[in-house]
Design a protein around this ligand. Structure first.
Ligand code: UDX
Ligand code: UDX
Length: 434
């Protein structure tokens, strides 16, 4: 089946590549000419494990194509996925201007039935707005549908998540739309036997925000428990293990640390609060989830201040700029909080990240970057861990101690075992395990 995907970002490119790998014929559209040029030369505009190989394989098989022409995209397929960004906008509400723009452009080029599918995370009832937009810009009385098909892809494991979905959710208003989406997902449903849930578009849109907000809440909950652990001389990792074995709680997303970041949780929690407020419900619970997440960074900053006393002219090495391992994405990353804070306090920063350095450097060109964590830690008075990269976990602690000016580690991701690190002679602070 022919499928058009508009937007070749973290979601659109992965989604399009997976659709083509499942046997569909896919045309990815992006209005960023440079991105399309890179993709045509088989260069990836984003880093995602396994993506390059997936794209190359399917371009070679003639199932995956790229263009910057929306007209070509509309002509190519009956089903058009909208996977453009929905970044935070005014007062945290999602900026839907890109979604609206695509709706308008599709309408202007439509000559026969189309199914527009919201793949991007959008506020509930966006499908109504999109229907109105398409109706307004249609050149003739042409039938169309709008559906919601939210993505549940984690960056760093997006392809793995796409191939092993816990569930597929489609929000449709017609049998025709339902059948088209059933056909698209047939290969993966048959392979994985995962549930394909059919509901109305509003429920599908809300499922996404509610899922992400619940996961963010789970993280803020364990971070709040970590604060109590520090005061009660308890170990949050052990508490999390004890909690996680309860099948109703589950072990995932109970990692205490410096807090969540990324292009989804902060934005989706914000947007959910806005949506609820707009509908007439004050989502206090989610406001508290946000507050805990924000104070987590401040709490770790206080640990740094207590350790260094005077930050000015101290050498601070930071390991990890990406918001999580496995991705080059720095959106809402904890590093975007600590680097300015420490720079303003006139610390001398030495930064390392295995893949996110380039994106981070775009925002902080004058900072010093190193290609190796030991090199970054050389001469440091304090080492701050913000991303639990494997390369951090496997650091040679003896070598690390030999290169640092003072053997002090603030571990924002509880990477190390406190006993082991202290036995090596480090002063070591982490989250929820004082
Ligand atoms: C995705 C989802 O869209 C978002 O809802 C989710 O919350 C996070 O993941 P993402 O893929 O990260 O967003 O967006 P981004 O990386 O910004 O990529 C969007 C792409 O769409 C960009 O390449 C941009 O050039 C393109 N675009 C944007 C268009 O092709 N047309 C437009 O009109 C606007
Ligand atoms: C998230 C959702 O998991 C995914 O389902 C949705 O489609 C998009 O948003 P993503 O933001 O890419 O995915 O990464 P995720 O693995 O969820 O991590 C988000 C943030 O939470 C990261 O900053 C990570 O460090 C943090 N996190 C995650 C914790 O602090 N503790 C945990 O236990 C898990």
């Amino acid at each position: 089946m022919n499928i058009t995907v508009v937007g070749t970002g973290y979601v659109g490119l992965v989604t399009g590549a997976c659709f083509s790998d499942w046997g569909h014929n896919v045309l990815c559209v992006d209005n960023d000419e440079n991105k399309v040029k890179m993709l045509k030369q088989l260069q990836m505009p984003i880093y995602e494990d396994g993506l390059e190989e997936l794209v190359k394989r399917n371009v070679a098989a003639g199932r995956l194509h790229f263009t910057s022409s929306i007209a070509e995209g509309v002509k190519f397929a009956e089903v058009i996925f909208i996977a453009v960004g929905t970044p935070p906008g005014y007062r945290g509400a999602a900026n839907l201007s890109y979604v609206e723009q695509v709706g308008r452009e599709v309408a202007e080029h439509m000559t026969d039935y189309k199914l527009l599918v919201e793949k991007s995370t959008v506020p509930v009832n966006t499908h109504e707005q999109l229907k109105r937009t398409v109706s307004k810009y249609l050149r003739a009385d042409i039938p169309f549908d709008v559906a919601s098909n939210p993505e549940f892809l984690k960056e760093g494991s997006a392809i793995e998540d796409a191939y092993n979905p816990d569930r597929i959710v489609i929000g449709v208003e017609s049998v025709r739309a339902e059948k088209l989406l059933q056909e698209i997902y047939k290969p993966i449903v048959e392979k994985t036997k995962c549930s394909l849930l059919v509901m109305n578009p509003a429920s599908a849109e809300l499922t996404k925000h509610a899922s992400n907000s619940f996961l963010a809440m789970k993280i803020s909950f364990i971070n709040a428990v970590a604060r109590v652990c520090e005061l009660a001389d308890a170990d949050v990792e052990q508490v999390a293990q004890g909690m996680g074995l309860d099948s109703r709680i589950g072990p995932k997303f109970l990692r205490a640390g410096v807090g969540y970041g990324g292009s989804c949780f902060p934005k989706d929690v914000d947007a959910f609060i806005q949506i609820a407020d707009h509908l007439g419900y004050n989502f206090e619970l989610l406001k508290e989830v946000q507050r805990v997440n924000k104070t987590q960074r401040e709490h770790v900053m206080q640990k740094i201040q207590r350790e260094l006393w005077v930050i000015q002219d101290k050498v601070v090495a930071i390991l990890g700029l990406a918001f999580k391992p496995g991705t080059d994405d720095v959106r809402e990353s904890p590093s975007l909080y600590f680097v300015p804070q420490l720079s303003e306090a006139r610390a001398k920063l030495r930064l390392w990240d295995p893949v996110a350095e380039e994106r981070f450097r775009e925002q902080f060109p004058s900072e010093k970057y190193f290609s190796d964590p030991i090199e970054a830690a050389t001469g440091a008075d304090l080492l701050l861990i913000l991303t639990d990269w494997p390369e951090v976990k496997s650091l040679d602690l003896d070598k690390l101690k030999s290169v640092m000016n003072c053997p002090v580690i603030i571990d924002g991701r509880n990477v190390f075992d406190p006993k082991l690190v202290r036995a090596k002679g480090f002063t070591y602070h982490s989250v929820g395990r004082e």
